[in-house]
Design a protein around this ligand. Structure first.
Ligand SMILES: Nc1ncnc2c1ncn2[C@@H]1O[C@H](COP(=O)(O)OP(=O)(O)OP(=O)(O)O)[C@@H](O)[C@H]1O
Ligand SMILES: [Mg+2]
Length: 275
């Protein structure tokens, strides 16, 4: 099944605006929250019964790395604060919450992530896997979802709505920052800022391009033997305008990047939160 990219992008841009402005939308029915504990960011997404984004909040964090909680107290504190912030904004308590795990994570770590969400005061309804969450937003049942986050590139292959294979390799946005810092002889903080500045893309992309090609080679290997006809890229590290072009050239199949690729997984977690 193909996806309605125009509708998907409209929803994502609406969600992005809500986060940027600290705004909220009117809602119908019960609210559900998706909690994304990423390596670079914690994102909370609130949706209503029609799966429409109602509000969202994000916080830069280092409490979780590649799906492993490295600072439990810090993680609970961050999620608790984001929850309180959204509850003040909405004037109502948030109850049902879902979180997600990257592909291939061990059960002990899954438990830790669920515990963070519960300790922050949510009633944990679901622990979904990240590609399934992304697929809900993209409205797809088949194809490959590639999540290029802070620490890793995760590839998930979907067939008839089920994840049939996954892999996760350590190359992500952090590696781009390191390459950039090395090239320009600056700190990683400066390189990170430069990397995210769209106005500097012409100075940034040629330097990080080999990292993008490395990611594409990881994806190509993971797709071997699967009849995948479209690759969907999500996650913060694919924000560059030329990203999908490099991927497409390397993979030889269409690569689709939704608007606000950083927010696809968080929103999808909320949509997967059942009452
Ligand atoms: N505008 C941008 N341009 C380029 N890179 C960006 C931009 N915004 C964020 N990033 C990078 O995206 C990465 C974070 O992406 P994301 O939030 O998807 O990761 P995460 O979910 O926290 O990490 P992971 O999935 O690896 O656990 C960081 O390396 C960050 O530097
Ligand atoms: Mg992520």
């Amino acid at each position: 099944m193909g996806c309605d990219m125009a509708q998907c992008n409209k929803t994502l841009l609406e969600f992005e605006r809500l986060i940027k402005d600290g705004g909220k939308k009117d809602w119908e029915g019960t609210l559900r929250t998706g909690i994304d504990l990423g390596t670079a960011n914690i994102v909370l997404a609130v949706v209503d019964e029609k799966d429409r984004p109602v509000a969202g909040a994000t916080f830069p964090s280092t409490v979780v790395r590649d799906g492993i909680v490295v600072d439990y107290i810090g993680a609970v504190r961050a999620v608790t604060e984001l929850k309180a912030q959204l509850e003040r904004l909405l004037g109502t308590a948030l109850d049902a919450g879902a979180c997600a795990i990257p592909p291939g994570i061990l059960s002990g770590n899954v438990k830790a992530i669920g515990n963070v969400v519960e300790s922050a005061g949510f009633r944990l309804t679901e622990i979904v896997d990240e590609p399934t969450a992304a697929a809900a937003v993209l409205g797809i049942t088949d194809g490959a979802v590639v999540d290029v986050g802070g620490g890793t590139t995760g590839i998930s292959i979907l067939e008839h709505g089920k994840v049939i294979d996954t892999s996760d390799e350590p190359t992500g946005g952090t590696h781009m920052t390191l390459v950039l810092a090395g090239f320009y002889g600056c700190s990683t903080e400066e390189a990170e800022e430069m990397k995210r500045d769209a106005a500097q893309e012409a100075n940034v992309f040629p330097i990080v391009r080999p990292v993008v090609e490395k990611m594409a080679s990881i994806v190509k290997r993971s797709l071997e033997g699967y009849p995948v006809d479209t690759v969907y890229v999500v996650g913060g590290a694919c924000c560059f305008t030329q990203f999908e072009e490099v991927f497409e050239k390397y993979l030889g199949i269409p690569v689709v990047k939704p608007a606000a690729p950083l927010l696809v997984t968080p929103l999808g977690i909320a949509m997967n939160c059942t009452e």
